[in-house]
Design a protein around this ligand. Structure first.
Ligand code: ZN
Length: 190
């Protein structure tokens, strides 16, 4: 396992769609090693998730994991989940405005409109088909990581550019209101 360098906005790989991965490709030691590196790099960086394009690999795989050390202390804990070829299926028309950040967009946060409740269809790292239903902030995290594999950044989905802030200014001016608004979906409520 290696902690890899994280690509940042402006790197063309973040704007490319990662092609679907075959089961053969998934089984290759190189791909399994990439998944190990994704896990290690996410843990070293404190993000809620990390997509392969963020460590420079155009592969349709991402990891989601929220533990005590993740830099979003209000997000519900999520056990390590490796998602290959993920597809997001909205389960209702309800939306949730979520303030997001991204390891590939250092320093910046903004409000993104997300589906409130989704099913994520994916292969696990062994190639088994999985379906997981997630809501609220956790649903937002899975949508954010799946977006990465389509070359989409949260920046593209910020409807109101006035919602952009640094992390410091978010904590100073916006966090209280945000946490009140998403209270049913926070770690404390989970
Ligand atoms: Zn991101």
């Amino acid at each position: 396992m290696t902690v890899r360098e994280i690509t940042t906005v402006g790197d063309p790989i973040l704007r490319q769609r990662a092609p679907d991965m075959s089961n053969d490709e998934l089984r290759e030691p190189e791909t399994q090693g990439l998944i190990d590196d994704l896990i290690e790099t996410r843990r070293a960086s404190g993000g809620a998730g990390l997509a392969a394009t963020q460590i420079g690999a155009l592969k349709r795989v991402a990891v989601v994991e929220v533990d005590e050390h993740t830099r979003y202390p209000y997000k519900p804990l999520v056990p390590l989940t490796v998602i290959v070829n993920p597809v997001v299926e909205p389960l209702s028309d309800e939306r949730l405005l979520i303030n997001e950040g991204c390891l590939s967009v250092p320093g910046l946060r903004g409000d993104v409109d997300r589906c409130l409740e989704i099913a994520v269809h994916y292969l696990d790292r062994n190639g088994e088909m999985r379906r997981m239903v997630v809501r609220g902030l956790t649903a937002g995290t899975f949508q954010h990581e799946t977006d990465h594999l389509d070359g989409t950044l949260f920046l593209d989905r910020v409807a109101d550019p006035k919602s952009f802030s640094t992390w410091e200014q978010f904590e100073r001016h916006r966090q209280d209101e945000f946490l009140r608004r998403v209270a049913p979906y926070t770690r404390d409520a989970a």
